[in-house]
Design a protein around this ligand. Structure first.
Ligand SMILES: Nc1ncnc2c1ncn2[C@@H]1O[C@H](COP(=O)(O)OP(=O)(O)OP(=O)(O)O)[C@@H](O)[C@H]1O
Ligand SMILES: [Mg+2]
Length: 282
């Protein structure tokens, strides 16, 4: 049975349901590792075209949710409906079909160091389609343009900056024109200026391509900027689902404390990063 809080969120969301089409529906998702209960009756809905940001303390289960959603981890119980199909009940071959709709970017960008940029981006295209090389070349070029990179096809990951690697990771995540994207910390480890550019790119192409997205981030400024809706997780439960302005107005001490501590960390990081550019001689 869903707990009181989850039921409240579920009902609150569904009483206001209008013509929006649910794209991702998670109901009472539970997952434990050994004795540790990581996800406890997690429920939420993401509608078609929505940019949804998942926040919460480190170790709180965000990546675990994402892995369950893409079928990389098996949940213990609960439903995960993607485009109406409960993926927890699909056979591997059926799951692979649903996965074609997904674009995934993990925190590390996870590029293959032995492959150049073109081959990294072409990887999912070659895996899922039989398109001729010429078409693949054109597709790779278009995706690189979307992330504002040019003439980098022949470069290897070691020759790219951190921000460029993220962009190539983004280009690969959208290679197959996904309906849904799942990003885990797309701006982590980037300096604030580059992080800002990546945020703008995400806003730009999710809107342009009408992609439904679930993005995990620690960066509250980024969350407030890109989210249509924010889901906050604490101790394995959803404690609030709301718009950025609803989060900013919240009086819940858990939420206030989390946002304040994240902003403090972000500010310290931004100051540390900008001090690197001060010329000591000047
Ligand atoms: N494969 C696994 N085996 C055992 N425990 C795991 C596994 N994956 C995650 N955990 C545990 O589950 C909990 C949640 O981990 P998860 O990676 O989902 O957190 P997170 O919210 O993404 O944290 P962070 O913000 O640091 O990335 C942690 O206690 C972690 O140690
Ligand atoms: Mg994580």
């Amino acid at each position: 049975m869903p707990d009181k809080e989850t039921t409240k969120i579920y009902n609150a969301e569904h009483t206001e349901t209008d013509s929006r089409v649910p794209m991702i529906e998670v109901r009472n998702l539970c997952k434990r590792f050994g004795d540790t209960e990581v996800l406890k009756n997690v429920s939420f809905t993401i509608y078609k075209g929505e940019t949804c940001v998942l926040i919460g303390a480190s170790g709180g289960g965000k990546t675990t949710i994402l892995k369950c959603l893409i079928g990389a981890l098996k949940s213990d119980s609960g439903e995960i409906r993607i485009g109406g199909h409960d993926i927890t009940k699909l056979k591997q071959s059926q799951l692979n079909e649903v996965r074609k709709k997904f674009g995934v970017l993990f925190q590390s960008a996870a590029l293959f160091n032995s492959m150049n940029v073109k081959d990294n981006i072409a990887l999912p295209i070659r895996y899922h389609t039989d398109l001729p090389e010429k078409t693949i070349d054109a597709l790779v070029k278009t995706k690189l343009e979307l992330v504002e990179l040019r003439n980098v096809e022949e470069l290897y990951p070691a020759q790219l900056s951190g921000g460029m690697k993220k962009r190539v990771g983004l280009a690969r995540a959208i290679a197959l024109d996904p309906e849904i994207i799942f990003f885990d910390e797309p701006t982590a480890g980037l300096d604030p200026i580059v992080a800002n550019v990546i945020d703008e790119l995400i806003i730009d192409f999710t809107r342009k391509l009408k992609i439904t997205s679930l993005i995990i981030t620690h960066d509250m400024q980024s969350a407030f900027k890109i989210a249509d809706k924010i889901i906050m997780l604490a101790e394995g439960k959803v404690i609030k689902i709301g718009t950025p302005s609803e989060f900013k107005k919240s009086n819940n001490p858990l939420i206030l404390q989390f946002i304040a501590s994240q902003i403090k960390k972000d500010t310290a990081r931004r100051e540390r990063d900008s001090s690197r550019f001060i010329d000591p001689v000047a």
